[in-house]
Design a protein around this ligand. Sequence first.
Ligand SMILES: [Zn+2]
Length: 214
Amino acid sequence: MKRLLQGYAQFRRDVFPEKKEHFHLLSELQKPDTLFITCADSRVVPDLILQTEPGDMFLCRTVGNVVPPHGYMPGGVSSTVEYAVEVLHVKHIIICGHSDCGAVKAVFDKRDLSRLPLTARWLGLVEPAWKYLAPGLDADPRSQYVGLIHANVQAQMANLKTHPEISRALAEGRLQVHGWFYDILTGAIEAYDERARRFRPLEEYAEEDVAGRS
Ligand SMILES: [Zn+2]
């Protein structure tokens, strides 16, 4: 807690005054163009990794970057998605998984979660990831585990697309959905290429995307 209070004091003293104008503009309006959905893991810090500022991204964090499918329950994730698309009119939704994800590991290891009934139910939403596991992966557990983290990003992208406001926005061409994987060890991001059906370095994916649209 001490660390947090020191950080707050530093923010008030050094950071806020420097960005006062920016905060003034933001005080009555937000216009983020991206909804970033990622895991609750403390090691994934979107504003650090992407060097974004307050106001840049609408954020949603859930255990295992899970997005329940439409109709599952009217929970926080579904309402965040609905608000982002219908009110904020975000142009991009990024679902970002990460290396060493404990949520996916629990599913991968088929851990006994009987003492964590809510977690067990939530992680049931990761199970469909098995269907998306890339063919031809090395048989070693490490490759399979990383493969399942990738597959979970794809599974949650599919869940996201079951929401009517998402399919509508996609059909009307006013939204793009992206699947990312962040590696804590290297700091590198890979993006899922739907045409090539595999994850590729974000730099390559972004370059082609820009070239394809120009
Ligand atoms: Zn995680």
